[in-house]
Design a protein around this ligand. Sequence first.
Ligand code: 5GP
Length: 139
Amino acid sequence: MDKYDNDNIFARILRGKIPATILCEDDMTLAFMDIMPRADGHCLVIPKAPSRNILDVKPQDIAAVMQTVQKISRAVMKGFDADGLTIQQFNEQAGGQMVFHLHVHVIPRFDGVRLGPHTGIMADTDLLEKNAEIIRAAL
Ligand code: 5GP
């Protein structure tokens, strides 16, 4: 496995070098909107400590991430009045990982609605902010 790259995009978000639509943060985690959402409300939770994925993350960091995932999940369910959620976490290129700083996807789901594809198209910033506000209000 390659080693952690300090210049990956989420490390740069953590250092404030590039913008993100932030939902909440604490000492150990940060939650923000996915810039290429597979559904309205698709967001990500990351540890602040560097780790590439599930294979090298410290137990206390993944525990903190999952606590924030639960908090965000409840807010997403409530804010979007969703029927369910898809939680995803990919590991290494073969596992579908594209950004090599551990992250967990939280995606609201609705009965009968298929999960959207990874389009690679960046969402409109105003729409991301509008959806973030729905989640923040439900936290
Ligand atoms: P994965 O590594 O789990 O396959 O996917 C990485 C996720 O990060 C994708 O859903 C992608 O849309 C998202 N992403 C990639 N670059 C950025 C970025 O610069 N900002 C944000 N907020 N999300 C990003």
